[in-house]
Design a protein around this ligand. Structure first.
Ligand code: AMP
Ligand code: MG
Length: 416
């Protein structure tokens, strides 16, 4: 049986993107539930059925500024009614109304007994003692019924709901200052490399600024997880061991750099000493090397991702592998960005055998997509100009203008 050079070394297995993602997702599960303040719950997944404690709205109230009347009195325009009072939001009407009567009413104010309709002020002469009604008004209009939004005792949001701003509003309206949700993952982010300097220092000769820690921390936060900055580990086993020791408090550790096969690539052996690490060569451009494994801690195994060092590769492998894992740990069930098919405007060359994610600009109106230009794995501009990834299969050597291509909409969240 022929043996590939990597198999002969016994270290590296080549996986497709989908195989690697399957393996990663098989090894992470949703975190436990925690009670959090409503203000901190945006993007989290409910672990309880949220039940309305009362009707919303709690009482019949006006949807308009105008006059509360009996519908029977305003079937025709041109009638004049006697104004018997005034009610504003936050107060109660001091009496009921009868036939031929009206009460001035403001939006949100309780509708007085006897009234079943509100004539908006624009359809009146705005009178104080008497009011002329200038438009025939259908009975029942502009009155919001008690419980028309939510009914007391009703499950208004089932467990598993992803809390967007609208759901936060619903929870506020049923008085939930605290809610039970899947706990957010805490993610430790570490850069590795002797050449890296903090961004508030001047790079010296041969040095570059540490881009990845910032970009990856932002990518972590964009998933709703919390990012913790562990700094830069130098390319020595000792320094890396120390940094990983600091990182292991997290639910997940993300490192970048040091996963190639260079002399100073210590991530894999050090993690193996502290746990276990698989080193994969992914049939992917950019971002071929990827390490995934776990650190042993007193709390149990902590998943660790060793992403490649090139800034584009680091962000792309985060998008493809780490983001779905963090979403799964956050209790989400939809882990993937929306995709569309689009017509390619330019030619993109790619290596046969590697699935390629070109950074693209998608025009939803025209249904077209074009590449962002030079696609080198160090050219971060290719990503900052992009609103999508153009997903080109392994088998192709190039995609041509006019081709229908699959586009991953990286600016959009998955559909909930
Ligand atoms: P490595 O995988 O460590 O060999 O790094 C691959 C390339 O990415 C090298 O050119 C590194 O200088 C660069 N690189 C690694 N880490 C970072 C980082 N945190 N920020 C910017 N560039 C990096
Ligand atoms: Mg390095």
């Amino acid at each position: 049986m022929p043996t590939s050079p990597s198999a002969a070394r016994g270290a590296v297995s080549t996986l497709t993107v989908d195989e690697a993602l399957d393996r990663i997702l098989a090894r992470v599960s949703p975190l436990e539930s925690a009670e959090v303040a409503l203000v901190d719950a945006l993007g989290a997944v409910l672990t309880e059925d949220a039940v309305a404690d009362r009707d919303v709205p709690p009482f019949r109230n006006s949807a308009m500024d105008g006059y509360a009347v009996r519908g029977a009195d305003v079937k025709h325009s041109g009638v004049t009614l006697r104004v018997v009072g005034n009610v504003v939001a936050g107060s109660l009407p001091d009496r009921a109304i009868g036939a031929g009567e009206a009460m001035r009413i403001m939006t949100g104010a309780p509708v007085p007994e006897g009234a079943d309709t509100v004539v908006r002020v624009e359809d009146t002469d705005n009178g104080a003692e008497l009011v002329a009604i200038n438009a025939a008004t259908p009975k029942g209009i502009a009155v919001r019924q008690a419980g028309e939004d939510l009914r007391r005792g009703e499950v208004v949001l089932p467990r598993g709901t992803v809390l967007r701003q609208a759901e936060i509003g619903v929870l506020a309206s049923i008085g939930r200052g605290k809610v039970n949700v899947v706990r957010r993952p805490n993610v430790a982010v570490l850069s590795t490399g002797d050449e890296l300097v903090d961004i508030d220092l001047e790079p010296g000769p041969g040095q570059i600024r540490d881009t990845n820690r910032h970009a990856l921390s932002a990518a972590v936060r964009a998933t709703g997880s919390a990012a913790f900055d562990i700094g830069i580990a130098r390319d020595t086993a000792d320094d890396l061991r120390h940094a990983l020791g600091n990182a292991a408090f997290g639910d997940v550790v993300v490192t970048s750099g040091g996963v190639s096969v260079g002399d100073h690539d210590h991530v894999k052996p050090v993690v193996n000493a502290m746990g276990q690490m698989d080193f994969w060569s992914i049939a992917l451009r950019p971002g071929r090397p990827l390490a995934f494994g776990e650190l042993r801690t007193k709390r149990g195994a902590v998943p660790i991702f060793g992403l490649p060092g090139n800034p584009v590769s680091a962000l792309l492998t985060f998008e493809l592998f780490v983001r779905p894992a963090l979403l799964k740990m956050s209790g989400r069930t939809k882990l993937h960005r929306p995709r569309v098919e689009a017509r390619l405007l330019d030619r993109i060359d790619k290596p046969v055998g590697l699935r390629t994610f070109a950074r693209g600009i998608y025009d939803a109106t025209a249904g077209t997509v074009r590449s962002t230009g030079p696609q080198g794995s160090g050219i971060l501009r290719s990503m900052s100009l992009a609103n999508c990834l153009i997903d080109l299969p392994e088998s192709l050597s190039a995609a041509q203008p006019g081709d229908a291509v699959s586009v991953v909409l990286t600016d959009r969240q998955e559909d909930h």
